[in-house]
Write a protein that binds this ligand. Structure first.
Ligand code: ATP
Length: 340
């Protein structure tokens, strides 16, 4: 089976071809890069309407060159969560393409796709998943036909919390990679790493909060603390919170596998902290390669193939987008025996 996936929940217009027989994934992406500030919803939607046809065309052309006119068996698209105007563009493209090719249409939950690509690439059967992305941060675990939200941010997504600080100090979007580089310079420098700055560390059971730490980091910058020192302490605090709740989720569920998803998962320090926590408790850890961590259509196509095989497809009237689509709203049809 070959599935064409389309992703465009916020900043990345992306299309992909997943060939289930060879387990190969071709991804074409065109990111929106704001001139200044963060992601502007209207500009992001304009970007989607220009870039989605281009990336879909590139993937479709490649698929038809290799496999002929019947190359595509289904079209999968990200239904949410995300920015409404962006999701509408993606859904319209997917509906038209599925109709033109006369193949099934599959609506994929973007956050479940972040989890499933980690499960697919690792071969883990029943992992806990930490989704550390721009607009979200949560832990998912499978129970009784659904991915349950075991813990989540009470306010900002983890990437957005970091980007809020980088906007304050005048850095371009996205801020996460710049914070990582600055923290690494500080740790390698002659002055660091010294004591951590005293920033808010807020974990309440399985949930956590980032809004206070963004504001405290901004205040530290206004007080003249060197930016590299703030970046180092910001990362250590935020990633320690995520590591603590991940360990608690493993302990609560009895799982011995952890997968990581989302754009912030590209951060080496986060991966290092999670890997060392897992090693200490005898659990296995997997983070997919970066092209499957940031927003990408590859993960949509891979889960789309599993859903198509399970008969989990949509008619046009059922295919409305959902900007607030939660992972626990999705019946997990493709894990028929509860573990596959
Ligand atoms: P979601 O999946 O919730 O819709 P999103 O659309 O914002 O998230 P992602 O690609 O998952 O997109 O994540 C983007 C975020 O990842 C941005 O906030 C960016 O700053 C952050 N990020 C990217 N690389 C790194 C890094 N190396 N370290 C920390 N954060 C990073």
């Amino acid at each position: 089976m070959r599935v064409l996936g389309i992703e465009g929940t916020a900043w990345c217009a992306s299309a992909a071809l997943y060939d289930a027989e060879t387990d190969s994934v071709l991804i074409e992406s065109n990111p929106y890069e704001p001139d200044s500030g963060g992601i502007h919803p209207r500009e992001a939607a304009e970007h989607m309407s220009e870039a989605i046809p281009e990336v879909v065309d590139a993937v479709l052309t490649a698929a038809e060159e290799d496999h002929g006119p019947d190359a595509i068996d289904a079209v999968a698209f990200s239904r949410g969560p995300g920015l409404g105007p962006c999701l509408r563009t993606v859904a319209t493209a997917a509906r038209s393409l599925a109709g033109a090719l006369d193949v099934p249409l599959v609506g994929v939950n973007h956050m479940v796709a972040h989890l499933e690509i980690g499960r697919h690439r690792s071969g883990f059967e029943n992992p806990v998943c930490l989704n550390a992305s721009g607009a979200n941060a949560h832990l998912l675990g499978y129970h009784d036909g659904r991915y349950r939200v075991l813990g989540e941010t009470m306010d900002a997504g983890v990437g957005n919390a970091i980007d809020k600080f980088t906007r304050h100090v005048g850095w371009d979007h996205p801020g996460g990679p710049k914070v990582e580089a600055a923290a690494r310079r500080y740790a390698a420098g002659s002055d660091g790493p010294g004591d951590l700055l005293d920033l808010p560390y807020v974990v309440k059971g399985m949930d956590f909060s980032f809004s206070g730490i963004s504001s405290a980091a901004n205040d530290a910058s206004d007080d003249g603390v060197p930016v590299e020192e703030i970046c180092f302490s910001l990362q250590e605090h935020v990633f320690a919170m995520l590591t603590e709740v991940s360990e608690r989720a493993l302990s609560l569920t009895g799982a011995d596998e952890l997968v990581l998803g989302g754009g912030v998962a590209q951060n080496d320090r986060l991966r290092e902290m999670l890997a060392s926590m897992c090693a200490a408790r005898g659990a296995e850890f997997h983070a997919p390669e970066p092209r499957f961590l940031r927003d990408n259509a590859g993960m949509i196509a891979v889960l789309g193939a599993k859903m198509t095989a399970a008969g989990d497809t949509l008619s046009i009237p059922e295919s409305a987008i959902d900007p607030n689509f939660r992972p626990d709203q999705v019946p997990v049809t493709w894990r028929s025996d509860g573990s596959v």
